[in-house]
Design a protein around this ligand. Structure first.
Ligand SMILES: [Fe+2]
Length: 245
């Protein structure tokens, strides 16, 4: 049940358009209204993007994406969110023509990150929105930490597969931080790939919320600004998919 106007507002936007942008300030206010210490471990949460392994499944040969992955499940209430045993990530070629069609093994997101205040609060936020949009007794949840790096005059591609669906029911894309990069603009599209909107996640907690059945999405490449400094974009992606009970 949606208990307050902040969440209600986001739900209505996604119902109307199939997606919405929510500012970091907006998300921050909602998270803290639920739990004053919702972001108490933000520094550790953000730092956990620092030592991630390279994604070696990139069919374009790219070595610019680092990631970790976790799987969870939930019932009808946010209290029921649970971690599931670590498992490979699978997308069909239908949804990921570049890297889909194989089970990809990624290192797990660290337990203390998944179970920390920040991640727990964000997952509860997702659950409240998505379960209101489409109530379901059994959710399959996938969490992805992504770092896209740019450097040596090479742009990093946040969505190397191009404009796409994730092949789930709902998607949350939340910025953790941008360091020394330009561009990286999120684009929203209808199912015929016509552009509906574009916006750039620039501040921590800036978020895109997407109904994956109604909209496709993409992100433009990120470019290094100062060639002598590291350049990267860190995001959290959480997807929710309804399972048969
Ligand atoms: Fe995606």
């Amino acid at each position: 049940m949606v208990k307050n106007r902040l969440l209600d507002n986001l739900v209505h936007q996604v119902e109307a358009a199939g997606f919405c942008f929510a500012s970091g300030e907006y998300i921050h206010e909602w998270l803290q209204s639920q739990r004053p210490d919702a972001l108490a471990d933000w520094a550790q949460f953000a730092a956990s993007w620092n030592d991630m392994p390279l994604d070696r499944y990139m069919a374009d040969g790219g070595r610019y994406r680092r990631r970790r992955y976790a799987t969870l499940s939930a019932g009808e209430t946010p209290d029921s969110i649970r971690m599931e045993p670590h498992q490979p990530h699978y997308q069909s070629l239908e949804y990921n023509a570049l890297n889909g069609g194989v089970a990809r093994e990624f290192e797990p997101i660290l337990n203390e990150v998944v179970n920390g205040n920040t991640m727990t609060s964000i997952l509860r936020f997702c659950h409240q929105i998505f379960n209101h949009l489409q109530p379901c007794p059994r959710w399959h949840i996938e969490l992805h930490q992504f770092r896209i790096e740019a450097g040596n005059q090479l742009a990093g591609k946040p969505t190397p597969e191009g404009v796409h669906r994730d092949g789930v029911d709902f998607v949350l894309v939340m910025l953790v931080q941008r360091v020394n990069i330009a561009s990286g603009t999120t684009t929203m599209h209808d199912l015929a790939q016509r552009t509906l909107d574009s916006f750039t996640l620039t501040a921590p907690l800036d978020t895109a919320i997407v109904n994956d059945h109604r909209c496709m999405h993409g992100v433009t490449p990120v470019e290094q600004i100062d060639p002598d400094q590291p350049a990267y974009r860190d995001v959290l992606v959480a997807t929710f998919t309804r399972r048969q009970p």
